[in-house]
Write a protein that binds this ligand. Structure first.
Ligand code: URP
Ligand code: ZN
Ligand code: ZN
Length: 448
């Protein structure tokens, strides 16, 4: 069994920051405090001057998801390796409901792929068809620890959309069984109207992607979803919130939880004018500076609860220019740069680092009922943690990424990568380099 003592670090808890040593035995944290007694076989890491954060939980990734002609570029194996390098020790990905499959079958299929992951993995259950048999599976899945389900208010042409009436029926069942409903929130009718001028498919410039999926679509969807959450008493988690209007509406409804993404916090729609503009095509699209400012405000006033990468990367060759903008694969990578980029922003903006712990691990653990084992530096929890040198250079990190991808969205922005990453007691990143390590484990929720 692995015994590790991490000495002299500053622990960045969600509610306080304190100098304490951490004793790890096997996969869990055994003791916290000063002058801990350790056995002779204990490996000691001196973390003087370093910050210790809980391992990051990325609540929103799409490893190797099928798209029209192919799949997103990272598999669970490759994406999870780069996740660990950036300090993400747990990812929460999604099932993919194949034609004719039940929800349980879709879970089994995805679990087999997720078994390749090097970080720990949880799975949200995608509901992209509305059928009585499917609704019947929801209570059973929640009992088994799969308590989060996701639906889409758009992507009608891809056959993934549920109507608001159908979403309300799903929310009712999930609410009655103490689960959580996640929603991709862009109003389909608003998108259809805004897309109409481009229906001859002659435009290739990526900026039209943002014209065709306007900011109003988010606010319209969130208003209806907020009303559904109140009527059904179901917690609804708005994924990838990206607009000032959407945030203002979400703040009106107490049962809504809000996730945003690093791309909305660090980039604006101006990137669509760059030579590599097609690479930034993701749904929802990048927005304006005032939206970004509102999101940072929302982070500081507690209206935003989590930050997920929405990792759905493509390589340069996958997103060729000069095709109708509607055919550009949607999605960007971000799991590896998620925490390093945010940490640099929090330091530059002088925002309390305990808030970063809340947004990058603690809140996701609580929302998805993983907090018995994940998302905190506490006795009995999994020993998932990051050791960070706050004085490390914020530049030149791009030369040291651990990824199969040939493009990253955050080039030129500051980032601080962890020096050491420990996942369930195992050192998986040392001196900033990913080590060969054991497989990740599948995690399920355990309501407290
Ligand atoms: O463009 C994106 N984000 N693709 C992934 C699927 C989704 O809607 O989150
Ligand atoms: Zn989405
Ligand atoms: Zn997504």
């Amino acid at each position: 069994m692995n015994n590790l003592l991490i000495k002299n670090g500053l622990l960045i808890h969600a509610d306080k920051q304190i100098n304490e040593d951490i004793l790890i035995r096997g996969e869990t944290i055994q003791e916290l405090g000063q002058n801990l007694t350790v056995s002779p076989d204990t490996t000691i890491i001196d973390a003087s001057g370093k910050l210790i954060f809980p391992g990051v939980i990325d609540p929103h990734t799409h490893m190797g998801i099928p798209i029209k002609d192919g799949s997103s570029a990272d598999t669970f194996a490759t994406g999870s390796r780069s996740a660990l390098h950036g300090g993400v020790t747990t990812i929460l990905d999604f099932t993919v409901l194949g034609p004719g499959q039940t929800l349980c079958e879709s879970l089994e299929t995805r679990q087999k792929l997720a078994a390749e992951s090097l970080c720990d993995v949880g799975l949200h259950i995608n509901i992209t068809r509305f059928e009585p048999e499917i609704l019947d599976e929801i209570p059973l899945l929640i009992k088994k620890g799969y308590n989060s389900f996701k639906v889409f208010t758009t992507y009608e042409e891809a056959g993934m959309m549920l109507s608001y009436g159908q979403i309300e029926a799903v929310a009712k069942i999930i609410g009655e069984n103490d689960g959580i409903l996640m929603v991709h929130s862009e109003d389909n009718e608003t998108i259809m109207a805004a897309s109409e001028p481009f229906s001859d498919r002659s435009e290739t410039h990526p900026k039209y992607h943002a014209y065709a999926r306007p900011a109003e679509a988010e606010a319209v969807a969130i208003q209806t979803l907020g009303e559904i959450s109140t009527r059904t008493n179901c917690t609804i988690y708005i994924v990838h919130l990206n607009t000032a209007q959407g945030l203002a509406v979400a703040a009106e409804f107490p049962l809504l939880k809000v996730e945003t993404c690093p791309h909305y916090l660090m980039l604006t729609e101006d990137v669509y004018e760059q030579d590599d503009g097609t690479m930034f095509v993701a749904s929802p699209p990048l927005r304006k500076q005032n939206d970004q400012d509102a999101l940072w405000q929302g982070i500081q006033n507690g209206q935003i609860h989590t930050i997920g990468s929405d990792h759905c990367p493509f390589c340069l060759a996958d997103k060729t220019a000069d095709i109708p903008f509607q055919d550009i694969p949607n999605g960007m990578g971000g799991v590896e740069t998620l925490f390093p980029g945010l940490l640099a922003q929090f330091i530059k903006r002088n925002i309390d680092l305990s808030l970063l712990t809340q947004l990058s691990s603690r809140n996701a653990a609580k929302i998805f009922d993983l907090d018995a084992i994940k998302g905190s530096l506490s006795v009995g929890a999994h020993a998932d943690l990051l050791i960070i040198d706050p004085k490390a250079s914020m530049q030149d990190w791009e030369l040291n990424l651990d990824t199969i991808l040939d493009w990253n969205a955050y080039a030129g922005l500051p980032a601080i990568f962890p020096e050491t990453v420990i996942r369930r007691g195992e050192i998986v990143v040392a001196s900033g380099q990913t080590q060969s390590c054991s497989q990740g484990e599948l995690v399920v929720s355990t309501p407290s």
